[in-house]
Design a binder for this molecule. Structure first.
Ligand SMILES: [Zn+2]
Length: 265
């Protein structure tokens, strides 16, 4: 039986190359999009199995908070600009930890947002901007690109077909603190504006976050944003992209956002 496995994996790799090329995706990603979804599902179950590390806010106890964040996410997803809108799962979960200023998205679209980030921001459009940025990392498939670079394709495939929980935990951990390339970060910023542009949100919502980081004089922002490029340049670039695309949305929904924050524990 074992002899069959390697050719089988090779076939998958080849299929992956064939499946992952599309018009707007010029990089060659060795993972097929079904593999993105599978890896995301595995990481998601690993997160759910570690409540001490990732305390997920209970949806049963906080239904209004979940419905708020889902409505917000759906506005972005339904902008017509998200390439894998129907292929990826796009599930949102809130992690209850006020000390963490972070959000992340697995391959295949499992999105996690920390209460620390939600409480740091002041408008729905600010959070929508950050969510757009995270959605872009999955939709542009940066996450599988970089995991493939870090771990290698055969290693990732072995996780999908094996049951190696400790390796899965490593990958989960590194996904959360992934250092995307400068190019990936700039692209995620740009796509955040593109996704928000057809909505009624201020399309440069993501800039508010960086503006505040700059204002507070910190390069000590969360890893997902603080690495590079320079936060000040990102503010300028995001705002310039909004002008460039002539986005007309001007809503921040500040009052609704304040109520949402108050609904959290
Ligand atoms: Zn990022």
């Amino acid at each position: 039986m074992k002899k069959c496995i390697i050719p089988f994996l090779l076939v998958l790799v080849v299929l992956g190359i064939a499946c992952s090329k599309n018009e707007s995706d010029k990089s060659i990603n060795l993972f097929g999009i079904d593999r993105d979804k599978q890896l995301g599902a595995q990481v998601d179950s690993s997160i759910l199995a570690s409540p001490a590390e990732y305390p997920i806010l209970s949806e049963a106890n906080y239904p209004a908070a979940y419905s708020y964040i889902r409505n917000m996410t759906n506005k972005i997803l339904n902008s017509g600009e998200v390439f894998y809108r129907d292929e990826f799962v796009w599930e949102v979960k809130i992690i209850q930890d006020d000390d963490v200023l972070n959000a992340f998205c697995t391959p295949g679209g499992y999105i996690y947002v920390y209460t620390g980030l939600i409480k740091y921001l002041n408008a729905e459009s600010d959070l929508a901007g950050v969510m757009g940025h995270e959605i872009a990392h999955a939709d542009r498939r940066h996450s599988t690109d970089i995991l493939t670079k870090e771990y290698g394709i055969s290693f990732l495939l072995s996780i999908l077909f094996g049951n190696d929980q400790s390796t899965l935990k490593d990958i989960t951990g590194s996904l959360i603190s992934l250092s995307y390339s400068r190019k990936n970060e700039s692209e995620a910023d740009e796509y955040s504006v593109r996704y928000l542009c057809p909505t009624d949100y201020k399309a440069d919502g993501a800039a508010e976050f960086f503006a505040r980081i700059v204002e507070e004089g910190g390069s000590s922002g969360p890893t997902f944003l603080s690495t590079h490029p320079d936060p000040g340049n990102r503010v300028e670039n995001i705002r310039a992209e909004k002008v460039n695309l002539a986005c007309e949305g001007d809503k921040g929904y500040d009052a609704e956002y304040a109520a949402f924050k108050n609904s959290l524990p």
